[in-house]
Design a protein around this ligand. Structure first.
Ligand SMILES: Cc1cc2nc3c(=O)[nH]c(=O)nc-3n(C[C@H](O)[C@H](O)[C@H](O)COP(=O)(O)OP(=O)(O)OC[C@H]3O[C@@H](n4cnc5c(N)ncnc54)[C@H](O)[C@@H]3O)c2cc1C
Length: 406
């Protein structure tokens, strides 16, 4: 096994949060401590572990007594299992699954679905095409329906509406929830509403007391209305599920989905220049700060990775990056799936701008800086060396792919 120390931000968050039900399980076992009169006290019962035959074993290597130099792997936590053996009704969620995985917006929706499902209802996720997600259970999915025929892949909103109609006929969900996003959910939800002849509640950011509140009037007003059956919800409409594990039982359609007339032809994705993508819409941002010493190398790395460039205010003020690239409170608030911060300390004004990013990677010399604390993955070292190694790795990967294709 590798010696690299891997952090588990979720476990660390639970360890800090004293109100979390798993807080106690995340505390390191304490075998010796200093008593009030200065004498070291030992708990002999806390040492060792019970072996498979019930006999207590003590590991003399010291690894269990906290003497190991290497941090042990993250504690495997088993969240309480939430089961709904015979659902009284269903709440259907159609996640966007950008890149084949649940996005943070999708997880917010699953949280909202559980709010509406209560104890008796089950949350049914309807997923189109192939996916790479293996965390449906911890995201709150009670039942999982995958519609993975070729007809649903790519841009196929009409066929997907047919799929949703089939689900509607079979499961009659009490509510349908779709993300009101540009990644598909906004359009699919409106098409589906038209097909059902129902008026959806759109841009919903809160569902409470039998009312849903959505943004209206060019985002300047709130519109409250009784909870609609079809809800197109905004980001942060609810807290994602974090305290329970769900069954994610696979279910299937009992009837074949009607084929729609192919009035739309998907000609495939079009390559775009990452530099031309507005910061607020970029999915992958490579951002540089005061710790970038070679800006030519920084630009070459961003190009090799195909990422959109961003910057801290110091990098902008020093003239290395354009003003429209500044990320943060007085720049752009970004929502990237991956945000790489190179030589950025993580000042509060910068962190505010990346609050909605899914995964943050930090490259920094200082292991104690705030960006490293925020990051899901950290690389400690000299930025120039790491950027060069990244370019080499990308080139090696591409050359290998070319050789395999030849
Ligand atoms: C009203 C107000 C609004 C602001 N708005 C914003 C905003 O919108 N966006 C924003 O970013 N800032 C904003 N700021 C500024 C903010 O407070 C910080 O000053 C700024 O974010 C710091 O930028 P930095 O992290 O690039 O630089 P520094 O704070 O100088 O950090 C540089 C980092 O690089 C690391 N480093 C140094 N050398 C290397 C190396 N060779 N290899 C790897 N790492 C290295 C250091 O360890 C350090 O962590 C605002 C400030 C105010 C007062």
């Amino acid at each position: 096994m590798s010696d690299i120390i891997r952090r588990d931000p979720r476990a660390e968050w639970i360890a800090r949060n004293r109100l979390h039900p798993l807080h106690a399980a995340m505390q390191p076992a304490q075998h010796s401590w200093m008593g009030p009169n200065g004498i070291i006290r030992k708990n002999p019962h806390g040492i060792g572990f019970i072996g498979p035959n019930g006999i207590k074993r003590i590991d003399r290597s010291g690894a269990q007594q906290g003497g190991a130099t290497k941090r042990s792997a993250a504690v495997e936590v088993q969240l309480p299992l939430h089961q709904v053996p015979a659902p009284a009704f269903y709440i259907s969620v159609v996640p966007d699954m950008v890149g084949g995985r649940l996005s943070s917006h999708d997880r917010d929706l699953l949280g909202l679905a559980h709010q509406l499902a209560g104890k008796d209802g089950a949350v049914l996720a309807v997923v189109f095409g192939e996916h790479k997600e293996n965390a449906f259970a911890t995201a709150g999915v009670d039942r999982l329906l995958v519609l993975d025929g070729d007809e649903f892949s790519g841009y196929a909103p009409e066929q997907r509406v047919q799929g949703l109609r089939a689900v509607d006929n079979q499961f009659s969900p009490r509510h349908w929830l779709l993300p009101d996003s540009r990644s598909g959910g906004g359009e699919l939800g409106r098409r589906f509403a038209a097909a059902l002849g129902e008026r959806p509640a759109t841009r919903v950011w809160q569902v409470k007391d039998q009312e849903c509140i959505g943004r209206a009037g060019a985002g300047l007003q709130d519109l409250a209305r009784p909870v609609a059956r079809l809800i197109l919800a905004a980001v942060e409409c609810a807290e994602p599920v974090s305290e329970t594990r769900h069954e994610a039982l696979p279910v299937e359609l009992s009837t074949a989905v009607v084929r729609s007339l192919s009035r739309i032809e998907d000609l495939g994705a079009v390559a775009v220049d990452p530099a031309a993508i507005p910061m607020a819409e970029a999915e992958f941002i490579f951002s540089g700060g005061n710790g970038v010493k070679d800006w030519g190398l920084f630009h070459r790395t961003a190009e090799a990775l195909g990422a959109t460039e961003g910057a801290s205010r110091v990098a902008v003020d020093d003239g290395f990056m354009a003003r429209d690239r500044q990320v943060g409170a007085s720049g752009t608030w970004v929502t990237a799936r991956v945000y790489v911060a190179v030589g950025i300390s993580g000042a509060i004004q910068h962190l505010q701008g990346i609050g909605a990013c899914d995964k943050v990677v930090a490259i920094n010399l200082d292991p104690g800086c705030d960006m490293i604390k925020r990051a899901d993955l950290s690389v400690i070292g000299e930025s120039a060396e790491i950027l060069q190694a990244l370019i080499d790795a990308v080139e090696a990967y591409r050359n290998e792919a070319k050789r395999d294709a030849a």
